[in-house]
Design a protein around this ligand. Structure first.
Ligand code: PLP
Length: 485
């Protein structure tokens, strides 16, 4: 297996793709083909999460030895999750929720970020990298913490995370600024997530800066979902969900199901698309957006136009207008020349049109009021959703209303409700919401659910990262950090 850039740059090995994160031509790495797992699916029903992970990852990471890959998988999924199922499938009425928030930072980013550091360390050894790696990450809240936690105290790798100063929840911010580990760093940026992500991408593609840090003995890499090492581990849980649906007697082997995915950067849902390409019986992938419904508009019209208002919603991890991973889908549906042209149009005109032929995706959206209402409604049915999952649920209901599709559907549940406790309380109809961490206690009191272990002592932790900067200062901040390494 080799990886190629969506903008045409030549083939590289899996471990090189992991280390580079983004191609020199600005494109994203994609596998040169998708392995067909149809036969494997017949025999996957008794496999554990780790066994599934091995089967899937080994088809892509072909320059890892079996032992290396198994070690990475054991380190990631051995005991970082609070349940041996890793991704429990919950049912409430006729709705199914695949819970991806049982890792250390309570959001679905843990699914990939608990293994990525191990993959990178292995890849660095394989490639005899003599430079120390600096992971640069932009976050809309959840990636940052999951990446900091994943990479903390990793030998030979340091990590700097940038988050939008006013674009993350109180709990998300607290999680990041209290991060321990002397190789970690987090800073707020004045601006929204797109400013932050664009700022980080600029640092990545700045040739002069790259040379400068190379002279200092460092090289950049990415823990964002532009890194193929984020995407591949996310394919696993789509197979897992299917396995759980069959084992639970909800569907028959071979029956097609739908997935509804609360979407921001298009990484999670793209992994579902890849799973489908590998033979998983999936019919529709329902792309759920909040008020920033640029993907909904794209799937409806083929027009991708970022010249629009940016909304801060109750689902901040989906407040994104430039969904990086869509580039990988466009590549899959066309070719490197067209992708390059299209991405240049995005850069220069802030918009593009692409002749999109429906191939299983459809977009639906729900605004903040609808999401909050959904939280109250679902809680009465015995299930507590976070604000992002609520967007998924509300969007799925609209999908059913419009299409009358009665195929079984799994809603991807992307975060613990405790990460967004203030807005979840609002959804439950609370009139007075306590500020900051007190909302976590209140949510626990109100619902009778225990506060998840990873954030129990969060308010008592020391604040370690106090930097807040403008987007034009990010380079300086990064250089300061590197200088201390
Ligand atoms: C990151 C995130 C999303 C969006 O996932 P993408 O892969 O960016 O589409 C949705 N919900 C939560 C809670 C997240 O952290």
């Amino acid at each position: 297996m080799h990886f190629i850039s969506t903008r045409g740059e030549g083939k590289i090995s899996p471990s090189q793709a992991l280390l580079k994160g983004i191609a020199d031509d600005g494109g994203l790495y994609v596998p040169e083909f998708f392995p067909d797992l149809t036969d494997f699916i017949n025999n996957m029903y008794r496999l554990s999460y780790k066994e599934l992970a091995f089967e899937i990852l080994s088809r892509f990471l072909t320059d890892f030895t079996e032992d290396e890959l198994k070690m990475c998988i054991e380190s990631a999924y051995g005991n970082n999750f609070d349940t041996p199922e890793v991704t429990p499938l919950k049912q409430a009425g006729k709705y199914y929720f695949l819970e991806l928030f049982h890792g250390k930072t309570l959001a679905f980013k843990d699914m990939a970020l608990s293994i990525l550091p191990h993959l990178m360390v292995t890849a660095a050894k394989r490639n005899k990298t003599d430079k120390k790696i600096i992971i640069l990450t932009a976050t809309s809240g959840d990636t940052g913490k999951a990446a900091l936690e994943g990479f903390a105290n990793t030998e030979g790798i340091s990590i700097a995370v940038f988050y939008p100063q006013n674009g993350v929840s109180d709990i998300q911010k607290l999680q990041m600024i209290t991060q321990e580990g002397e190789n970690t760093f987090a800073a707020g940026v004045y601006g929204n997530f797109d400013d932050t992500q664009t700022g980080v991408k600029k640092l990545f593609t700045d040739a002069a800066l790259k040379q400068k840090i190379a002279d200092m003995g460092f090289v950049f890499s990415s823990a964002n979902s532009i890194n193929i090492g984020r995407l591949l581990p996310q394919i696993i849980y789509y197979f897992r969900a299917y396995q759980q649906m069959v084992n639970g007697g909800e569907i028959k082997h071979g029956e097609k199901i739908n997935f509804t995915v609360p979407t921001g950067n298009f990484g999670n849902i793209l992994a579902g698309y890849y799973a489908k390409k590998m033979g998983l019986p999936v019919n529709k992938l329902i792309c759920a957006s909040n008020e920033n419904k640029i993907l909904y508009d794209f799937f409806a019209s083929g027009e991708y136009n970022t010249n629009r208002d940016f909304y801060c919603t109750v689902s901040p991890s989906m407040d994104i207008l430039i969904s990086s991973n869509l580039e990988r889908l466009l590549y899959d549906l066309s070719n490197a020349d067209l992708v390059t042209k299209t991405m240049n149009a995005l850069k220069n005109q802030k918009e593009y049109s692409f002749e999109y032929k429906a191939d299983g995706f459809c977009g639906f959206f729900a605004d903040s009021a609808e999401a909050l209402k959904a939280i109250g409604e679902m809680f009465e049915n015995g299930y507590l959703m976070d604000t992002h999952t609520a967007v998924g649920y509300a969007a799925y209901k609209k999908y059913v209303k419009e299409t009358h599709d009665d195929a079984k559907n799994v809603i991807i549940s992307t975060a613990s409700p405790f990460k967004f406790s203030a807005d979840v309380l609002r959804g439950l109809g609370c009139a007075k919401i306590p500020e900051g961490f007190a909302s976590v206690y209140e949510l626990s009191d109100k619902t009778g659910l225990p506060i998840p272990e990873p954030i129990k002592n969060l308010e008592k932790k020391e604040i370690k990262h106090k930097t807040v900067c403008g987007k034009e200062e990010m380079e300086k901040v990064v250089l300061d950090f590197i200088n201390k390494r």
